[in-house]
Design a protein around this ligand. Structure first.
Ligand SMILES: [Zn+2]
Length: 109
């Protein structure tokens, strides 16, 4: 059952209520009047902003434009680079990733 957010048009109080989808407009009462249902946008994590690499790719000896998180991960992994600015994590050096065998066509960059 989805959670709906309602707001009181008089005192501005906000309340969350579980409702069946068909009953989503069945608003609770507040200050003697039905509350208004609020629409909360879904939070979607976007992809990274494109960036030009600071270090050269070891295969091509060139710096590259990185356009996605996947490309970013593969670039770091391929070159054995580590992201700067993060706390050092004590993780094993090679963790096999399953299902990620797509390679980057460097000629298209
Ligand atoms: Zn109220």
């Amino acid at each position: 059952m989805p959670l709906y957010e309602y707001g009181c048009g008089i005192c501005r109080a906000m309340e969350d209520h579980f409702r069946h989808i068909e009953q989503r407009n069945d608003a609770p009462l507040h200050c003697g009047k039905p509350m208004e249902r609020h629409i909360t946008p879904a939070r979607v994590m976007g992809d990274i902003e494109p960036y030009f690499t600071v270090a050269a790719d070891k295969e091509t000896k060139k710096n590259l434009w990185i356009h996605s998180r996947k490309q970013h991960r593969e670039y770091l992994k391929r070159n054995r680079y580590e992201e700067a600015g993060d706390d050092k994590l004590d993780l094993p050096q090679s963790t096999p990733e399953s299902g990620e065998s797509e390679s980057i066509d460097l000629n298209s960059l």
